[in-house]
Design a protein around this ligand. Structure first.
Ligand code: SF4
Length: 369
């Protein structure tokens, strides 16, 4: 019989741990489960749970969002995107359109979609009109987009791709000289697609305990017990605490779609900069469907501001796990889900949004971690 979260917690309490242990997660789904279940409060006080780079909407570069907004305001096309991209703000002057939602309100033809299949159906239903699909996401979101392209799309469908790989961001943190965590909870959904092997480097190259977790409290607490036990015993290894779903090698079909349709490139992460080998781009065979190649590039102005965030916004440090969401100077006032200043308050996977929606509404004074 599987142990419950309470069983794992009892085991954690028996461990002989250092005065302070910092466990980072890199998945918005993990952060949501941890926060909503109140796992931080249940753990011994010397254990910190740090949300890391787990939100693709939060790291989607300003230049890509700006490009999407500029395309959306053209008369001759429709722009489709996942709903959580609509409210992501860009850093423009007050009288300019700063989100796809504002573009839509101003008359742009912006359509929120839930899946690539919906995008293909939309393109087929309107064969005389160009449809640009702005697709931002990590491996789990990008694989179905690759499948869509591999299976053939209508001539009028173009892809504005902003896909990112998760592990290079963790690698960057581990090589930064300012690691900021002692153990890692690796994302179960990414492991499902790409396989657990991608996370071996955390242990083999850096000696940092790691465990892949699912999304319920039991699996998360099992992964926490695993990495804490590894720390106690000074025997790090990669533990798969989600074996029912995460299999060696991942999902071969999803990986083949990704390999066939996309190449890996260096890519910009919003507020963070370029991370080597962290982005997907369409292979040349798909150039006629690549919005970056077929349509005008409006990103130059935004590109000059790469790395900049709106005034007062600390999203980059939240994404990197350098501060907690409620340590941002404008958390909850004025930045709220209704009035998001930074992208971390927009998406359901953004740490600021998750904390605010779970009832954490008070800003903390920034303290060194
Ligand atoms: Fe960014 Fe708002 Fe979070 Fe501050 S509170 S880090 S501005 S999303």
């Amino acid at each position: 019989m599987a142990l419950s979260a309470a069983d794992w917690l009892a085991r954690i309490r028996t461990l002989d741990l250092p005065e302070k242990v910092r466990i980072m997660n890199v998945c918005g789904g993990h952060e949501r489960s941890i926060t909503q279940a109140g796992l931080r409060g249940a753990l011994p006080p010397n254990i910190e749970l740090i949300p890391g780079p787990g939100c693709p909407v939060c790291v989607c570069p300003e230049e890509d969002v700006y490009q999407a907004i500029q395309l959306a305001t053209r008369e001759d096309l429709t722009l489709a995107t996942f709903g959580d991209m609509l409210r992501v703000p860009v850093n423009v002057r007050k009288n300019e359109i700063r989100s796809l939602e504002q573009a839509k309100a101003a008359g742009a033809d912006v359509v929120p979609v839930a899946s690539p299949q919906e995008v293909v159906a939309l393109a087929r239903a309107n064969p005389d009109r160009r449809l640009v699909f702005f697709a931002a996401g990590f491996e789990t979101t990008t694989a179905p987009v690759a499948a869509m392209m591999a299976q053939g799309v209508p001539d009028n469908l173009l892809l504005l791709l902003s896909g990112r790989l998760t592990w290079p961001a963790v690698s960057m943190l581990l090589n930064s000289g300012e690691i900021g965590f002692d153990a890692l909870i690796a994302p179960g959904h990414v492991g499902t697609v790409m396989g657990p092997e991608e996370w071996e480097f955390v242990v083999s190259e850096h000696g940092v305990p790691a465990a892949i977790a699912g999304f319920d409290s039991g699996s998360l607490m099992a992964s926490m017990y695993s990495v804490l036990r590894q720390l106690q015993d000074a025997k790090p290894f990669l533990d798969n605490c989600y074996p029912s779903v995460v299999q060696p090698g991942g999902n071969p079909m999803a990986r083949k779609f990704l390999d066939d349709v996309m190449e890996v490139m260096d890519a910009t992460w919003r507020g963070i900069g370029t991370i080597p080998g962290s982005g997907f781009t369409l292979r040349p065979d798909y150039a006629e469907h690549d919005a970056q190649k077929v349509l005008p590039d409006y990103g130059d102005e935004a590109r000059r501001r790469v790395g900049e965030m709106p005034a007062g916004c600390d999203c980059a440090r939240v994404v990197l796990g350098r501060i907690y969401p409620d340590q941002c100077r404008i958390f909850s006032a004025p930045c709220t889900p209704r009035n998001p200043v930074g992208p971390c308050m927009v998406s359901d996977e953004g740490a600021c949004r998750i904390w605010w929606s779970s009832g954490r509404r008070t800003r903390l004074e920034l303290a060194a971690k």
